[in-house]
Design a protein around this ligand. Sequence first.
Ligand SMILES: C[S@@+](CC[C@H](N)C(=O)[O-])C[C@H]1O[C@@H](n2cnc3c(N)ncnc32)[C@H](O)[C@@H]1O
Length: 376
Amino acid sequence: MLFIAKTFAGLEALLNEELQTLGAQNCKSLSRSVQFEGDFALLYKVNYYSRLALRVLWQVDTFTFANNNQFYEHIFNFPAEKYLTSDGTMAVSATLAQSIFASPLFASVLTKDAICDRMRDRFGERPSVDKENPDVQFHLHIFKDRATLYLDSSGESLHKRGYKVSQHPATLNEVTAAAMIKLSGWKMDCDFIDGMCGGGTLLIEAAMAALNIPAGFYRQHFGFFTWRNFDKELWQKTTDAASIREDVPIDFYGYDISPRFLGMARTNVEQAELQDFIHLSKQDMFDSHPKRKPSCIIINPPYGERLEVEEINDFYQRIGDTWKSNYAGCTACLISSNAEAVKHVGLHPSKRADLFNGSLACKFMKYELYSGSKKA
Ligand SMILES: C[S@@+](CC[C@H](N)C(=O)[O-])C[C@H]1O[C@@H](n2cnc3c(N)ncnc32)[C@H](O)[C@@H]1O
């Protein structure tokens, strides 16, 4: 079986590595996705355990066509009843490039018609369309005269882990947060600090990784739950195989200057039942010190949309100054869409990467803060 895991631009190599660890075969990095091979057990596993995938598509058909009729005939012959019941719900999304079809909408309507006509012919009734919450979400990709049909196995994007019940106005995407933690090189062997924690995404992702809690542990639903061929026993096996640690010898600290945002972090941390591990306090990061050294500090500071340029540059300079004076011996990372302000941190990065926080292009920076004679 051939699958495509989607992710953000810049995370293809990391996702490729993660998929191989999960047992994927013949992994091939593409643009914003990784193609791989495996079976249903792997499909369930990737949906449940991947921290870096946004969704997983299963390629169920691919064919070439010369006109509308050929296209319709081919989809009509596709055995949709294997996945969809005649009284169920479906939706079709489509993307096109250099195609004879005038619009993706036309292609998706033709696909829906062909599937519904086949079901009506066979069962005397046809599935209905539900764009919000379909039992089966088809995705059609057309390039020139080649059409490829996928089933979306994830449903809601996998970054929606299920713990974020309180949404910070500048919240970090969970997949981006997981990628930052990977890129930081943190080995889960020292304390983890988010000095500007907002709603707590980085802290929760870090604690989940350290405790080996699957990324999908808190989710109530995956797209394949409502496929006709859903194998409940196999799913049970997949979730039973998780080996969650009861404890770790490290602590997680979250600071924020805003009591309101700390309240949001608290709600999310409690939703994830991680309050015994994550310690939240009202604290200005500029006055903070790590409890133990070395520690790993990762922040997602304000990007400065509502501040004067000078103020935001000053703010980032203070981040660098605080890390240099208070966090020597630690590893520090940040993400920001404000590339100019990041320069004012004034430390030499040991690693940099271009990442996306949702649709926002960002810079990720890692700094080794040496103590003693070595310059930070
Ligand atoms: C971009 S938000 C972080 C969002 C967070 N990563 C999340 O996923 O919800 C930046 C946070 O930094 C906090 N902040 C700003 N200045 C601070 C300071 N000096 N010390 C601690 N927190 C600060 C703000 O209150 C805000 O919640």
